[in-house]
Design a protein around this ligand. Structure first.
Ligand code: NOJ
Length: 568
């Protein structure tokens, strides 16, 4: 493997929930220490933990200046650090300290939209300004009664309107997300020029690449009405347009190719054919991408409404993607998804004092096996390595996520009863992943001495980093062992993916690389199951690791067991 980013594990940090630091008496109070929001000095203080886990790359969710309508994914200045996270000097120190540990950092590139508080947008509100064309302004339509109507019928990703009327301008602007996130206009070459400057700014500071937010929807070909009946009405006018591909190639050719860096794109409603265009070696647009299909196998309407889990469906989707692309990003959690132990695992619910259910730990390990035996570059989200669970929200007041509130309002308009709305929000809210990192069993889980910006999960006394660090059989130590195993086993890193068997609860596959062959077996249920006869032969070999500690299968697979066997 030649590319360094194919040979490393990525650890995603959601800075506001990672580690808040106590004021040091040196930095001004507005430098973000001790305010219940994580900060950059906090990340620096935890680099050794990230190194010990075995990660070699950090993806840093946004730390730029932002009014936080969408927790930093609404940027008001791309080249400065928000004071709540620290200063540019702190950021430079983070690059340097990470480099000392041979950890490289990729930044989050959020360029479909800016914040409405960005200087470009403020200037663009004046129709005569040279910045007017940085955004998508339109006059709107007139209804027969003379009332003003938005320019088209599109619907947005946060379940609300996509056009906001601006009195000052006398026109509407487009925002596919929150109204505080106006979309940039990629028909304007000046916008692309600005983005190139931002890329160079961070690459020159030492960034090793970018995770590119919703990168396949940045170019809006037309503003015609959208087809009725689609979940996100209007998407056919901006998803994966030919010009979008061309912009990515231009950024690559003019900037990225001149640095030792990589990109991973978050791609909305992408399918395999589209992914091949984006990541194909000949096109050179992105190095890897995040698709969503595997996490939506037990959901309807993207990830909002639960339906039955079937391991066979999961294997089908994974096989398609594992075999369809030569290399890709592999992930089962991020800051927008439910925690995997509460989603595919056994920790659907903890006891009222926070005690996790019986198979919480074993299923967390089994899911670790799933992710770390797939081909590609694995991305681990903070807290995944200790088996953090979904948040035990008591009411919508505890939810901060703009998307959850949008979903609630939409469902209310549709007269969906309150208990159903709440059940669905509980499983789908992005805040499930965003509760503070559980470092120890002290107040606020050792995340902050101040009141955290979002509630700490009630189970932090049972699930925390410090208690797992000293416990050889913990989820944390399992992740460390498994990562080390993967890193020395070429077959697990880059071997071909071969599906073997699946039903509703079981899933078996193999990885083959030259003469090496490994079999992976995963049980997604609380039952002991017999190994189907036809599969027995696949397990003759040396067990490499298992979520139960067993060293031989003896014809059966235990509840939530995950096993890797080296066949040759
Ligand atoms: C995807 C990001 O991951 C999510 O957190 C954000 O809300 C949207 N893009 C909009 O930037």
């Amino acid at each position: 493997m030649n590319a360094w980013w194919k040979d490393r594990i990525v650890y995603q940090i959601y800075p506001r929930s990672f580690q808040d630091t106590a004021p040091d008496g040196k930095s001004a109070p507005d430098r973000g220490r001790g305010d219940g929001i994580g900060d950059i000095p906090g990340i620096i203080s935890r680099l050794d933990e990230i190194k010990e886990l075995g990660a070699g790359i950090i993806w840093l969710s946004p730390v730029y200046r932002s009014p936080d309508a969408d927790n930093g994914y609404d940027i008001s200045d791309y080249c400065s650090i928000d004071p709540k996270f620290g200063s540019m000097a702190d950021m430079e120190k983070l690059f340097a300290e990470a480099a000392k540990r041979d950890i490289r950092i990729i930044m989050d590139l959020v360029i479909n939209h800016t914040s409405d508080e960005h200087e470009w947008f403020q200037k663009s509100r004046n129709p005569a300004s040279p910045y007017r064309d940085y955004y998508i302004w339109r006059p709107g339509k007139a209804a027969p009664n003379g009332k003003k109507l938005p320019p088209n019928n599109w619907t947005g990703f946060f379940m609300g309107e996509v056009w906001e009327y601006d009195e000052k301008s006398g026109e509407y602007y487009l925002h596919l997300f929150d109204k505080k996130q106006p979309d940039l206009n990629y028909k304007n070459p000046k916008v692309i020029g600005e983005i190139k400057k931002i890329l160079r700014f961070w690459l020159d500071k030492g960034a090793a690449g970018f995770r590119c937010d919703v990168i396949n929807i940045i170019y809006k070909t037309s503003l015609e009405d959208g087809k009725k009946g689609t979940a996100v009405r209007g998407i056919e006018h901006y998803q994966s347009q030919e010009e979008n591909h061309a912009i990515l190639r231009e950024l690559r050719r003019d900037v990225l190719d001149h640095y030792d860096c990589f990109t991973v794109g978050e791609t909305v409603m992408v399918d395999l054919d589209e992914a091949k265009l984006l990541c194909g070696e000949d096109r050179k647009e992105l190095d890897m991408l995040f698709y969503f299909e595997h996490l939506e196998i037990d959901r309807r309407i993207a990830r909002f409404i639960p339906k039955k889990f079937r391991a066979s469906k999961l294997l089908e989707v994974l096989t398609k993607w594992q075999q369809g692309l030569r290399w890709n990003a592999v992930y089962i959690e991020n800051h927008d998804q439910a925690r995997i132990v509460s989603h595919f695992g056994a920790a659907k619910k903890c006891a009222s004092d926070g005690q996790p259910p019986k198979y919480w730990e074993r299923s967390a390990k089994m899911l670790a096996i799933l992710e770390l035996t797939l081909r590609g570059t694995p991305f681990i989200f903070q807290g995944q390595e200790i088996g953090m669970t979904n948040f035990d929200f008591k009411s919508l007041d505890e939810v901060n996520d703009v998307e959850s509130h949008g979903l609630n309002a939409l469902m209310k308009r549709m007269h969906i009863p309150g208990f159903l709305r709440w059940n669905w929000i509980k499983v789908s809210s992005r805040d499930n992943a965003r509760t503070p990192m559980q470092w120890d069993d002290s107040e606020n889980a050792g995340f902050s001495k101040a009141k955290p910006w979002l509630g700490v999960n009630r189970n932090y006394r049972y699930i925390n980093y410090a208690s797992q660090k000293g416990e050889p059989s913990s989820v944390l130590n399992f992740y460390k062992t498994l990562i080390a195993l993967r890193q020395k086993t070429e077959c697990l890193k880059q071997g071909e993916f071969l599906p073997l068997y699946a039903d509703n609860r079981l899933m078996f596959y193999q990885r083959r690389f030259g003469d090496e062959l490994c079999t992976v077996a995963l049980n997604f249920s609380s039952r002991t199951l017999k190994l189907p006869k036809k599969t027995a032969g696949f397990f003759n070999g040396t067990p490499l690791i298992s979520s139960t500690g067993r060293t031989a299968l003896e014809g059966k697979i235990l509840p939530w067991e995950g096993v890797v066997v080296q066949v040759r």
